[in-house]
Design a binder for this molecule. Structure first.
Ligand code: ZN
Length: 292
């Protein structure tokens, strides 16, 4: 009994330390979720189970409030519903965006080692709508209920090209702790006055389809923010459709990107179809890119 009590105490300390020192919420959640599975419980599908596809394991790690298990080719959600992980269909580039299953979300490479995206590599633009609606809300009203104010001291862009400094908050979802991660981004950006001119926000939550497509924009889920619109480049201004060749453009300092990425946000400037003002909370894409 003494040994057991000691080992329980040790694991509690370990979990507490992990949560204190983890910089990104994802790694903390992963470690905490793993540690809380004590040996006295029924063995469940742990995040490290190699019989589960890597992408499914990543989703279970970074979205532990929602993705509870993987069984018979399906993600098992916290409400007991299931989502087919891989529909087995071979898809064109546009179908990977328009009709993604969870497996398709890992079809593209988010390359942390290059500042120029590979041809047709749009990691993160592929979103399984069933999964994202399950987590963030199935309607505009449902998503809105989960929005909370996050301090954004860099102002809001005005239509005239200026900055309204009186708007000091942005509404962001509390689901998956996305608001907390954005708060950490803000705290770090505040230490870099040389970056502040790029940081006026021009909107976070909008329930709307992607321009020129039927699928919902990431802004519909409340975990996405656009910043520095006057410095932004957007692929659609330079190409007629998604299959065309596009010359890469970017005017944002990479330091901003690295701060967002540290806390689980991907950058639209890492897409072949770039959208450089766009930052989106997608810890699964970063976990996959980092290989851990
Ligand atoms: Zn955007």
């Amino acid at each position: 009994m003494k040994v057991n009590r000691l080992s329980i105490a040790a694991s509690i300390v370990l979990v507490a330390m992990c949560c204190m020192f983890a910089t990104a919420g994802s790694s903390c959640k992963q470690a905490c979720a793993t540690s809380s599975d004590s040996s006295s419980q029924e063995p469940t599908a742990l995040a490290g189970d190699s019989s589960i596809p890597k992408g499914a394991r990543i989703l279970m790690s970074v979205y532990p409030d929602f993705v509870k298990d993987y069984k018979n080719g399906k993600l098992v959600m916290s409400d007991g519903s299931t989502i087919t992980y891989d529909d087995g269909r071979k898809k064109s580039f546009v179908e990977l965006l328009d009709d993604a299953d969870p497996e398709d979300m890992f079809a593209f490479k988010y390359d942390l080692n290059s500042w120029t995206p590979g041809k047709m590599q749009d990691a993160g633009r592929s979103r399984c709508e069933a999964l994202f609606k399950k987590m963030y809300g199935t309607s505009e009203g449902a998503v809105r209920k989960n929005l909370v104010p996050v301090r954004w001291p860099f102002g809001q862009a005005t239509s005239g090209g200026g900055v309204n400094k009186n708007i000091k908050t942005v509404r962001f979802t509390k689901i998956n702790g996305a608001n907390k991660q954005l708060e950490k981004v803000v705290a770090e950006l505040e230490k870099h006055p040389e970056l502040h001119k790029y940081l006026a926000q021009s909107g976070a939550f909008y329930w709307r389809p992607v321009r020129g497509a039927k699928r919902l924009s990431a802004h519909s889920y409340g975990m996405t923010i656009d910043i520095g619109v006057k410095f932004s480049d957007y692929w659609r201004s330079h190409a007629k459709d998604e299959n065309a060749t596009v010359a890469y453009r970017n005017k944002y300092p990479h330091e901003i990107v690295e701060i967002f990425e540290k806390y689980g946000f991907i950058w639209g400037g890492r897409w072949y179809h770039y959208d450089t003002m766009h930052f989106e909370y997608r810890p699964e894409i970063l976990m996959d890119a980092r290989g851990k």
